[in-house]
Design a protein around this ligand. Structure first.
Ligand SMILES: CC(=O)N[C@@H](Cc1ccccc1Cl)C(=O)N1CC[C@@H]2C=C[C@H]3CC[C@@H](C(=O)N4CC[C@@H]5C=C[C@H]6CC[C@@H](C(=O)O)N6C(=O)[C@H]54)N3C(=O)[C@H]21
Length: 113
């Protein structure tokens, strides 16, 4: 059984660079909108965040497991963030509605783990 998408939103995926104390766009070149999904693998009982650039190259800019007990911080209606073992991810949503939809799916996943 493959993975199914439980939500898809548009956001700019960002990473916090601890050394420069700056938020930087994930993936190469300038900040660009990505389509960000939460995928659920029912066979493996896992969830992950996968995002690909909307532009032609469809570069994968995030592929991050959702870990049990992870804290999801809704810093603002449009900007949510979380820590993985190595780094801090940020999603700058294209709309508050996308932010709300993503948060709902994320909290569902965290509750299901
Ligand atoms: C205990 C803990 O880890 N705490 C974390 C949060 C957290 C809590 C609980 C669980 C997990 C996490 Cl992740 C933490 O404090 N971190 C995570 C790294 C982040 C870095 C900078 C400072 C600067 C201020 C703040 C910030 O980022 N904020 C404010 C809204 C603001 C909105 C948009 C994004 C967009 C790009 C940048 C900008 O506007 O130029 N930006 C922002 O500037 C955005 N902050 C944080 O937020 C910081």
């Amino acid at each position: 059984m493959g993975e199914s998408s439980i939500c898809q939103v548009r956001a700019t995926v960002m990473l916090y660079d601890e050394s420069t104390k700056r938020w930087v766009p994930a993936g190469s070149d300038s900040p660009a909108l990505s389509r960000v999904h939460i995928y659920h693998s029912s066979s493996a009982h896992t969830f992950r965040v996968v995002g690909r650039k909307l532009q032609a190259d469809q570069q994968v800019v995030i592929n991050c497991p959702i870990l049990k007990g992870m804290k999801y911080n809704q810093a603002t209606a449009n900007f949510h963030q979380w820590r993985d073992p190595k780094q801090v991810w940020g999603l700058n949503f294209s709309s508050k509605e996308d932010g709300a939809a993503f948060a709902k799916a994320m909290l569902y996943a965290l509750d299901a783990l």
